[in-house]
Ligand binder design. Structure first.
Ligand SMILES: Cc1cc2nc3c(=O)[nH]c(=O)nc-3n(C[C@H](O)[C@H](O)[C@H](O)COP(=O)(O)O)c2cc1C
Length: 357
C-alpha cells in the first residue's frame, strides 16, 4: 500500500476542514506549524472568499495545508416537502425576528470557480466531501502537484474513490461530527452508518490507496488504534473545534463539554442532509420532520442560525460535534497536536510492548 507523503505532515494528524467559519486560517496555520496538516473549508464560501483565506494562510505558514470542497448536489429535493418544512419553521423565524432563507440558494457551491482557482494557484492538498469528483478533475489537480483526498462512508464508496483516481480516501465513521460525506443522500439507509474501526478495516481490505480515519477521535491512543487497523493518518474535527484558534462560536465551544449537552444525533434539521450535532432544542423539535433536501434546508435555516448566534441562543445553533465531544480540550491548536503526538507515541510503545491497556 502506498502511503500519505510524510513530508506533507510529520505527525499523522489532520485537522478536519470545518465549514461555517470554524477552520479559519489561524487554526490551519497553527496545526501545520506544529507538524499536523491544517485544512481550510471552502464550503459555503465564494471562490474569492476561499482564495482570500488561502492567501492569509500562506502569510501565516510556509508549511503544507489542505483546502476542502463540496461536490455539487443533484436536484433531488421535493419542493412540496421543503414547503411544508418552511411552514413548520415560520414560528422560529418570528421568534428570532427574522425571515426564512430562500431554499433555491444554489446547489453547486461555486465548485467550478473554486476548482479554477485551485488549478491556477495550486495548494498541497485538496479534499472533497459529498461525492466523487470526475477523473479529469483529480488528474488535473495531480498535474499541478496537488495530493487529492475524497471522503467515503462505506467500503463501496471507498472503491468508487479509488476508481476515480484519488490519491487517498478519508474513511468517515458514523461517530463523526458535522455532515456525513455520503456520496448520495439516501434516506432509506439512515441509521446504517458504519462505526470507524469497522469501516477502516473494511476500507483497508477494499482499496489499495492510503486511508485517513475520521470520526470520534479525541486522544492519541485512538489515533494509535486506527493506525494499527491500517489507517495512514487520522482526521480530527471536534477536537480542534475546541482549540483557541478555532473560529467556532464561543457557545458552540462551551457546549462541547457543558453538562446540558449529553448526547449527539444525526439530523437533517439544519441542512437537509444527515449531520451529527449536540442535541439541542432546535434539533429535538425539528429533526424528526426535516426532509431530505440538501442544500435547500441549509439555505432555508441560514437566517435562523445567524439570528440565534446573534441572540446568544445555543438552543438554535447547529452545534456540530462528534461522539467524543466530552473529551474536548481547550488548548492552543499547536499544543493539541503536540499532546496528541505524545499520546500516540506512548500508546504505540505500549502496543509494541504488548502491554497496551
Ligand atoms: C463543525 C464541523 C464542520 C465540518 N465541516 C466539514 C467540511 O466543511 N468539510 C468536510 O469534509 N468535513 C467537515 N466536517 C467533518 C469532518 O471532516 C470530520 O469527518 C469529522 O469532524 C470527524 O469527526 P470528529 O468531529 O468526531 O473528529 C465537519 C465537522 C465538524 C465538527
Amino acid at each position: 500500500m502506498s502511503s500519505v507523503p510524510t513530508d506533507l505532515f510529520p505527525h499523522p494528524i489532520v485537522q478536519a476542514p470545518m465549514a461555517g467559519g470554524v477552520s479559519v486560517p489561524r487554526l490551519a496555520a497553527a496545526v501545520s506549524e506544529a507538524g499536523g496538516l491544517g485544512f481550510l473549508a471552502a464550503g459555503y464560501k465564494t471562490a474569492d472568499g476561499m482564495y482570500e483565506e488561502i492567501k492569509q494562510l500562506r502569510g501565516l505558514t510556509g508549511r503544507p495545508f489542505g483546502v476542502n470542497l463540496f461536490l455539487p448536489q443533484p436536484e433531488t429535493a421535493d419542493p412540496a416537502a421543503v414547503g411544508v418544512y418552511a411552514h413548520q419553521l415560520a414560528g422560529e423565524a418570528s421568534w428570532y425576528g427574522t425571515e426564512l432563507g430562500d431554499p433555491d440558494g444554489g446547489r453547486d457551491d461555486g465548485y467550478d470557480a473554486k476548482l479554477a482557482v485551485l488549478l491556477d494557484n495550486p495548494v498541497p492538498v485538496v479534499s472533497f466531501h459529498f461525492g466523487v469528483p470526475a477523473r479529469e478533475v483529480l488528474d488535473a489537480l495531480r498535474r499541478v502537484g496537488t495530493f487529492t483526498l475524497v471522503t467515503a462512508t462505506t467500503a463501496e464508496e471507498a472503491q468508487a474513490v479509488e476508481r476515480a483516481g484519488a490519491d487517498a480516501v478519508i474513511a468517515q465513521g458514523v461517530e463523526a461530527g458535522g455532515h456525513q460525506g455520503t456520496h448520495r443522500d439516501v434516506p432509506e439507509t439512515d441509521g446504517s452508518g458504519v462505526g470507524l474501526l469497522s469501516l477502516v478495516a473494511q476500507v483497508r481490505e477494499s482499496v489499495g490507496i492510503p486511508v485517513i480515519a475520521a470520526g470520534g477521535i479525541m486522544r492519541g491512543s485512538q489515533i494509535a488504534a486506527v493506525l494499527a487497523a491500517g489507517a495512514a493518518a487520522a482526521q480530527l474535527g471536534t477536537a480542534f473545534l475546541a482549540t483557541h484558534e478555532s473560529g467556532a462560536h464561543a457557545l458552540h465551544k462551551q457546549a462541547l463539554t457543558h453538562p446540558l449537552y449529553v448526547r449527539t444525533e444525526l439530523t437533517r434539521a439544519f441542512s437537509g442532509r444527515p449531520a451529527r450535532g449536540l442535541v439541542n432544542r432546535f434539533l429535538r423539535e425539528h429533526g424528526p420532520y426535516a426532509p431530505a433536501a440538501y442544500p435547500d434546508v441549509h439555505h432555508l435555516t441560514a437566517p435562523l442560525r445567524k439570528a440565534a448566534a446573534k441572540a446568544g441562543d445555543a438552543q438554535g445553533l447547529a452545534l456540530w460535534a462528534g461522539q467524543g465531544h466530552r473529551m474536548a480540550r481547550e488548548l492552543p491548536a499547536g499544543q493539541l497536536v503536540e499532546v496528541l503526538a505524545a499520546e500516540l507515541a506512548s500508546a504505540r510503545t505500549a502496543l509494541s510492548a504488548g502491554g497496551a491497556r
